[in-house]
Design a protein around this ligand. Structure first.
Ligand code: MN
Length: 166
């Protein structure tokens, strides 16, 4: 009798644990849609509206000099935020550290970027990058050989262009 009661209590406990775990993962999944991402670096300064649509924040990680002719920093894009179209005379490497975002080279489909993705933007190729409509994006950028130039800014990415995800 006592044995059966223990089994019953264990079953109740197991059911409770399974239920609470699955509820927690559903909550986490829902939260990841809306909550701000956990930042590795300070948020930095808001990018000017002449270069960005929506809210994007830049934080430079070190100043370039004659030894390291390289620019490295972090950009935090809030949902819907993106850069204008632009080129980098020496190219750019993006390392996605959190969230979900978009990257597009002109003439190619929009590419979805997620945490852990590494994206190369070749030199002098028109492109843009930013967050997806519902999720933030954290990206590290590396611009090498800055003696050739850093960035040439162009026009904004229209809502029509931004929503053209396959
Ligand atoms: Mn770029």
């Amino acid at each position: 009798m006592k044995y059966n009661r223990s089994i019953f209590l264990l079953s109740v406990l197991a059911a409770f644990l399974i239920t609470s775990c699955s509820q927690q993962s559903v909550q986490e999944a829902n939260q990841s849609e809306t909550k701000e991402l956990e930042a590795i670096f300070p948020k930095g300064n808001k990018g000017p509206s002449k270069f960005f649509t929506g809210s994007a924040y830049n934080y430079g990680l070190f100043p370039m000099d004659s030894t390291f002719t390289t620019l490295v920093g972090n950009v935090y894009f809030e949902p819907g935020a993106r850069s204008n179209w632009h080129t980098h005379p020496a190219g750019q490497i993006l390392i996605i550290t959190d969230g979900v975002g978009y990257h597009q080279i002109e003439g190619e489909p929009i590419q979805v970027m997620k945490k852990g993705d590494v994206v190369k933007c070749p030199p002098n190729v028109r492109h843009w990058h930013g967050a997806s409509p519902n999720t933030c994006l954290q990206q590290l950028y590396i611009v090498p050989n800055t003696e050739k130039g850093v960035v040439n800014w162009m026009e904004a990415v229209s809502d029509e262009q931004y929503k053209k995800v396959d």
